[in-house]
Design a protein around this ligand. Structure first.
Ligand code: IDC
Length: 330
């Protein structure tokens, strides 16, 4: 606490020197995750706080912001931070399907605004470049560079931002070799503006460490990305991905830094019946190994993976008795 207080003072002084404007980084409420843990880094295979202690972040991913931005309002975020006691919010910025590519300026503004909104509550924020179809991240490379330049420049002073540079790469032509070369191109774009932020790297075959394509984490272990403060992402859907994925996650966490930026209690298409028994086994493993996670998803979409009942986001109370589905209550 003392340490992060000192850091904030330094930030504030710097800003005052430039004309008396206080940095919003000052605004983390006392006792909030970002106030307590400050700038994160990767220490060994763990995520560590500003004091060098391994920590686990837990929270929610939004659904596509082009569809469900209204679910990320002041009331819902307050409930997420205070009642649900989340540490982290993942902002899911689709590139296609009516997302960023359709109007870069508009979506940059949206992300900007939501970063500020979540920061005021002291949440960590994952800025998720939600590429999905096409599955080759190089198809969106120029857009990704433009986007991350803008965001990293504007938010470099914040200590609560993590960047996720490729949601779910997929397709036979997207080898780990190819994906790794994308990461090595996009990381410096962010680092040049925000040198110390943790960057989360998508893995092959829908961020499954290649498991969904018959490979596993050894392809990453053999040929890791050459950069500091990076983690590899792993996604699973409990009702589709059984103990095979669980075992891979357990084994991989001993060898590489892992962040589960997306998981669902239901099937891989984000719908269908939930498997809470297996989900609980994953959560226990992640707790034991301090693997941070974000659950899919914080919206009122009709599918079972969305935690809220359709049509309740804007007026909702975000409590089980009022508007949560089974996955939300869980
Ligand atoms: C799904 C949404 C659905 C949308 C589809 C395509 O639920 O409304 O039509 O994407 O964009 C992922 C993806 C995430 C998926 C989610 C559930 O990262 O975008 O959302 N999922 O299918 N990977 C595995 C599951």
């Amino acid at each position: 606490m003392v340490f992060s207080g000192v850091r904030q003072l330094v930030v504030a002084t710097g800003f005052l020197g430039f004309g008396g404007v206080f940095s919003e980084a000052m605004a983390f409420p006392a006792g909030s995750p970002a106030a307590i843990n400050g700038q994160l880094s990767v220490c060994g295979r763990k995520l560590c706080n500003v004091h060098g202690n391994p920590i686990q972040l837990r929270g929610m991913s939004t659904h596509g912001l082009q569809w469900y931005k209204s679910c990320v309002n002041n009331r819902s975020l307050k409930a997420l931070a205070k009642d649900w006691k989340a540490d982290v919010l993942r902002l899911s910025l689709y590139v296609q399907e009516g997302g960023y590519a359709s109007n870069p300026k508009k979506f940059t503004r949206i992300i900007d605004r939501l970063i500020k909104r979540a920061s005021r509550l002291g949440l960590y924020v994952i800025v998720d470049w939600h590429m999905l179809d096409p599955g080759d991240p190089f198809e969106n490379l120029q857009l990704a560079k433009t986007f991350f330049k803008a965001i990293a420049k504007r938010h470099a002073d914040r200590t609560n931002i993590l960047y996720e540079v490729a949601n779910e790469p997929n397709g036979a032509e997207v080898t780990w070799h190819r994906l790794r070369s994308y990461h090595q191109q996009i990381i410096p774009v962010i680092r040049k503006r925000d040198p110390d932020a943790v960057i989360l790297l998508g893995t092959r075959a829908w961020s499954s460490f290649g498991v969904a394509a018959g490979a596993d984490e050894t392809e990453i272990v053999r040929n890791p990305v050459a950069a500091k403060n990076i983690m590899y992402t792993f996604h699973f859907y409990a009702a589709s991905h059984g103990t095979e994925y669980l075992e891979v996650l357990s084994r991989a966490a001993k060898r590489i830094p892992v962040f589960v930026t997306e998981f669902g209690t239901q099937q891989a298409h984000g719908d269908g019946p939930d498997d809470f028994v297996l989900s609980q086994a994953y959560v226990a493993l992640m707790q034991k190994k301090k693997i941070s996670w974000a659950n899919w998803n914080f919206s009122d979409d009709n599918r079972s993976g969305a935690v809220c009942v359709p049509g309740t986001c804007e007026q909702g109370k975000y409590t089980a008795s009022v508007n949560l589905k089974a996955s939300g209550e869980w």
